[in-house]
Design a protein around this ligand. Sequence first.
Ligand SMILES: Cc1cc2nc3c(=O)[nH]c(=O)nc-3n(C[C@H](O)[C@H](O)[C@H](O)COP(=O)(O)OP(=O)(O)OC[C@H]3O[C@@H](n4cnc5c(N)ncnc54)[C@H](O)[C@@H]3O)c2cc1C
Length: 577
Amino acid sequence: MDISSPHLSYRRMMSRLQSQLRIITIQLLAALDVWSSTQQSASRSNCIEGSSCWPPASSWAELNRTLHGHLVRSLPPAAPCHSSYFDADACSTARNNWENATWRAIQPGAYQDTAWENGDEPCYIDDTIEAPCQQGHVPYYTAVVGSVEDVQAAVKFARDNKLATRVKGASHDYLGRSSGSGTFSIQTINLKGIAFYDSFVPSGCRVSPQNAVTVAAGHHFTDVYKAADAHGRTVLGGATSSVGAAGGWALGGGHSFLSPQYGLGVDNILQFAVVTVDGRAQIANQCQNADLFWALRGGGGGLAVATSVTYKTYPAVKNLMTISLQATTNSDLYTPFLSTILSLLPAWSDYNISGYTYTAVRGTTATLFIPNSDGNIAKTNTSLAPIYQFAEAHPGEVNVSARFAVYPSIWVLYESGFAVEKVGLASVFGSRLFPRSAFESKAGTDKLAQHVADSGLFTLFLLVGGGKVNQPAPEAMAVNPSWRKALAHVVVTDAWRSNTSIADRNAIRRRITQGAQGLGNFAPGMGTYVNEADYNEPEWQKVFWGSNYPRLLEVKRKYDPTGILTCKKCVGDETFV
Ligand SMILES: Cc1cc2nc3c(=O)[nH]c(=O)nc-3n(C[C@H](O)[C@H](O)[C@H](O)COP(=O)(O)OP(=O)(O)OC[C@H]3O[C@@H](n4cnc5c(N)ncnc54)[C@H](O)[C@@H]3O)c2cc1C
C-alpha cells in the first residue's frame, strides 16, 4: 500500500476547504484593518487578535504571498455546518470525518480533543445550522507550512510582530498546548519525509555511527511504523499510531509498549532539526546547541519549532505476543480483584510484559504485549495465574477471558486494526507516575484498589516504565526525572458531549483534578508525564518537570527571550502569557 495515498485524498479535500477559507479571509481582511485598530491591547506580553498590536491586513497578505497562499483564516471544523460559514459539501465532509484522526490533523482549526478546539463555546457538528459558531480556542490565522523556509518565514513574522504563537502538529494534545484563542498558528502537518540510515552520525559529532531514522514533523506514527517494517527495523512510537511522530510525543517524553525494552522516546532521539525564534534553521544534538537538545527531550513544545527528529532504530521486533484480558466482577469483589491485578505489575514487568490496563467499576480490560517473545503461550499464561485463581475461588462472580495472539511484526499488529482510538470528543486527563514500590505490598495495592473503586473514575494503569526507562540519569535530559524510577503511569480520565452543560463540564474537570491529586497521595513527590496530565494541575512546573524546571526555564529564556512560542502550561507560561 502506498503510504501517501490516503493523505493525498485528504489533502485534496483539505485544499478545497482551504480555498474556501481563503475567500472568507480576503473578505474579512478589509474589515479587520478597521476593527483591530479600535481594540485595546490585551494585558499580555504577546499580541493576540483583536489587540491594537495585531498586524494590519496588508502584513497578513504579504505573509500569505511569502507562504505561497498557505495562510489560512482558521475556523472550527464544524464551521461549514453553520449559517455564518455554510458550505454543504464541506459540512458533509466534516460530518463524515468527525472521528477521523488523520482528517482532524490536516484541518488548520481541528484538534483531536475537542475540549481544546471549541472549549465551552458553541460550534458543534451535531447542532442546527442556525446555532452559533464561535472561534473557541482555535487560532485566528494558521500558516500551513510546507518547507523549512516556510517555517522560517512564519517564525520571523511571529517574532517581528510579537505574536502569541502556537505550533500545531498532529493535534493530539490533552492540555491545549497547540491551540489558543486569538493566536497565530504554525501547522507542521505538511512537512513530510522519512529517511533511514545504516550509519547515522549526529551532525558535528565524532561518535560511532548507528542505525537511525529521520522523520519530518508532519508524520503520524502510522507512516513511520509502515516504513520501518519495509526497512526491517523497529522505531519506538505511541500506541495510537495517529499521534505525531516528530512533534508533541517526542518533545514531551514519549512512552510506548516498547519503552521497557528500549526506553522512552526521548532516550532514543539523536538529533532535532529546528527553527529557533531568531528565524535560523539549526541542529540540536549532543554536539551543537546541546542545551537546547537537553531541553527539547522532555521540555514539551514552546522552545523552538522542530522540523524533524532523528531516532535510533532497532532490529525488527519479531513474535510480538499480545494478551487481551477481559474481566468483570460483582461490586463486592471489584476491589480485591483489582488489587490482585495491580500486585502483578512488578512480576509482569520482570517477565518483559508491558501494556495498558483500563479499569472502571466492575470491569477490567488489559492489552498486554511481549515484544520478541518466544511465542510460548502456555508459558506466558502462567503469568496470569493469580487472576485465574481469583476467578476460580469465586465461581459465577468473576468472569475472566484471555485471548493470546502472536504477530510477526509491529506493523502487522497495526494493520489488524489495533489501537484505533476514538477522537473528536472532549476529554480531560489527570495522572501520576508510580514507582515499583507502590505495587509491591498487598496492603499498598489493596489501598490503591479501594481508592480507585471509591473514586468511580475510569482509571488506566500504563505499564510503560521500568526496564530501560529507569536507566538514564534522572537529569540527563529535561523529561521529568521521576520517569527514571517509575514502573507505571496512572491516568484518570473523563469526557463530555456537546450537550453536557458547562456546570457539568466544570464538575468533571474538578473531579479529574481531585483524581490526579488523589493518585499523588500514593506516589508522593513523583509528579507526572506532561503529555497526559491535567491542564488544571496546581504546581504544574514541579509536577511536570520536577527538579529540571529551573534549568528548562533558563534555556527557554535563551532561545525564546520574548516568549513568542509560549503555550499554556508550557515552560515559561507563568512569565510570558
Ligand atoms: C489518542 C491519543 C493517544 C495517545 N497515545 C500516546 C502514547 O501511546 N504514548 C504517549 O507518550 N503519549 C500518547 N498520547 C499523548 C501524546 O503524546 C500527546 O498528546 C502529544 O502532545 C501529541 O503530540 P502531537 O504532535 O500529536 O500533538 P499537538 O497537539 O500537535 O502538539 C502537542 C504539543 O507539541 C507541540 N508541537 C507539536 N509539533 C511541534 C513541532 N514540530 N515543533 C515544536 N512543537 C511542536 C505543540 O505546540 C504542543 O505544545 C496520546 C494522545 C492521544 C490523543
